[in-house]
Design a protein around this ligand. Structure first.
Ligand code: GDP
Length: 427
């Protein structure tokens, strides 16, 4: 292993937290490259559960350098909450680095997020209302404030300008009350000094580390179908969870990425609105949700559950250039029989194999399935592929065949060690 980009290939929540944690053991640096505290990872270490929203999962190891890259948007209140929570549990954060180019989430972003969702009414995107979208909007509109701005003497003036504009937007467009400059200024001045020790040019640190041959893990949040360009627009996030996002969000060139690992759940889930062809709205969907504990880490929202969709994963394989798949939560499907795998869609009498750009087409797609008999044996203790029940192995092989991507890792439980390594990719 030299550098690995780990990306979600469905609608997020694929179990990337555990896989990142597993791979972080073999990395020297772990880097978050996009998203904000709308993402959430759950990592179980021993008897303890950790919920991380902004901090890279590598933070749970004492010897890893963890980077929050320039592509991430940072809510300092949330960052310090997480830092404090980990400090209380005995972790040191001396190896945390924050990009000076990362953009900040400010209180008016949260207000705008909520106001905009309200305005959409029935067409809501289902954002977490944490201000992530509006912070990225500001970044693209060139009206954002970056970490480096917070540390500069221009900050009072930059903030005053931003607050004035956002308050006008809030009151004149949305009829909402704005924020008070003095309050925001005082709060953020407090963060500035606490943030300063962590802030650096993280792209430079990465480039030096890569030159020294250090191992780097780029940790994606969300998933391919939430990508601003390659996802189910407009039900997407405002950043680039795909492998291409690594270059932009971490400040490295494409040749810095040796290997792209796509994380896919053994079934499919989706939070929020939008079409979902293989959704199981009935009892079976509910059963999978309960067994797989499919409730959002960040919001607690129940996730919609459905069959594995190979059309989605093939799309993800192409746009990410996947080297291998990590299949998580195979254990959740124990006892479900028969199992179905979607290999294509029927749309207006025609079979389609590629994931459509149009949501109205997607909404009218009927999934086409192959069936596999299930298995009833407990797989949570299995550590070798050959020890999986025959039908579980067939299920994995069928996924490889339908997606065209070999499976390297299989998750069979929530713990770090509950993983089957099919290909020893990491030296
Ligand atoms: P992420 O956003 O992709 O990291 O996904 P989450 O952390 O929100 O959701 C993954 C959930 O699945 C967490 O509660 C994990 O502990 C759990 N999980 C991850 N891998 C496995 C697995 O192989 N089996 C089971 N049963 N649970 C898993």
């Amino acid at each position: 292993m030299a550098t690995v980009a780990l990306v979600g290939v469905q609608w997020g929540d694929e179990g990337k937290g555990k896989v990142t944690d597993f791979l972080a053991a073999r990395a020297d640096l772990v880097v978050r490259y996009q998203g904000g505290n709308n993402a959430g990872h759950t990592v179980v270490v021993g008897e303890e559960e950790f919920r991380l929203h902004l901090l890279p999962s590598g933070i749970l190891y004492p010897d890893k350098t963890c980077i929050i890259g320039n592509g991430v948007v940072i809510d300092p209140a949330v960052l310090f909450e997480e830092i404090e929570a980990l400090t209380r549990r005995g972790f040191t954060l001396a190896r945390l680095l924050v990009s000076e180019r990362a953009h900040l989430i400010l209180p008016y972003h949260r207000l705008l997020d909520a106001a905009e969702e309200e305005r959409r009414g029935r067409g809501q995107i289902g954002t977490t209302r944490r201000g992530i979208g509006p912070a990225y909007t500001d970044k693209a509109a060139r009206t954002g404030l970056r970490v480096i701005d917070l540390l500069s003497e221009d900050f009072p003036h930059l903030l005053a300008e931003a607050v004035d504009y956002k308050n006008q937007l809030l009151s004149k467009v949305y009829g909402k009350e704005g924020v008070k400059y003095e309050e925001v200024y005082r709060e953020y001045q407090g963060y500035a000094e606490r943030l300063r020790p962590y802030v650096t040019d993280t792209s430079l640190v990465l480039s030096q580390s890569l030159a020294e041959g250090r191992h780097v893990l780029f940790e994606g949040a969300q998933g391919t179908l939430l990508d601003l360009d390659h996802g189910t627009y407009p039900f997407v996030t405002s950043s680039y969870p795909t492998a291409g996002g690594v270059c932009i969000g971490a400040g490295v060139g494409p040749r810095a990425i040796d290997y792209v690992l796509g994380v896919a759940k053994a079934y499919t889930t989706r939070v929020g609105e939008g079409p979902f062809p293989t959704e199981l709205p009935g009892e079976l969907g509910r059963e999978i949700r309960e067994r797989g504990r499919e409730f959002g880490t960040t919001t607690g929202r129940p996730r919609r559950c459905g069959w594995f969709d190979a059309v989605i994963v093939r799309h993800a394989a192409r746009v990410n250039g996947l080297s291998h798949l990590c299949l998580t939560k195979l254990d959740v499907l124990t006892g479900v029989a028969p199992l179905k795998l979607c290999y294509g869609y029927r749309y207006r009498g025609e079979e389609i194999r590629e994931f459509p750009a149009s949501l109205s087409v997607l909404r009218s797609c009927q999934p086409l399935y192959e069936e596999i008999p299930g298995w009833t044996e407990d797989v949570s203790q299995v550590r070798r592929l050959e020890d999986l029940p025959y039908n579980a192995r067939r299920y994995v092989e069928k996924i490889e065949e339908l997606t065209g991507v070999p499976v390297a890792l299989i998750g069979v439980g929530v713990r770090r060690e509950q993983m089957i390594i099919c290909h020893s990719l990491f030296s």
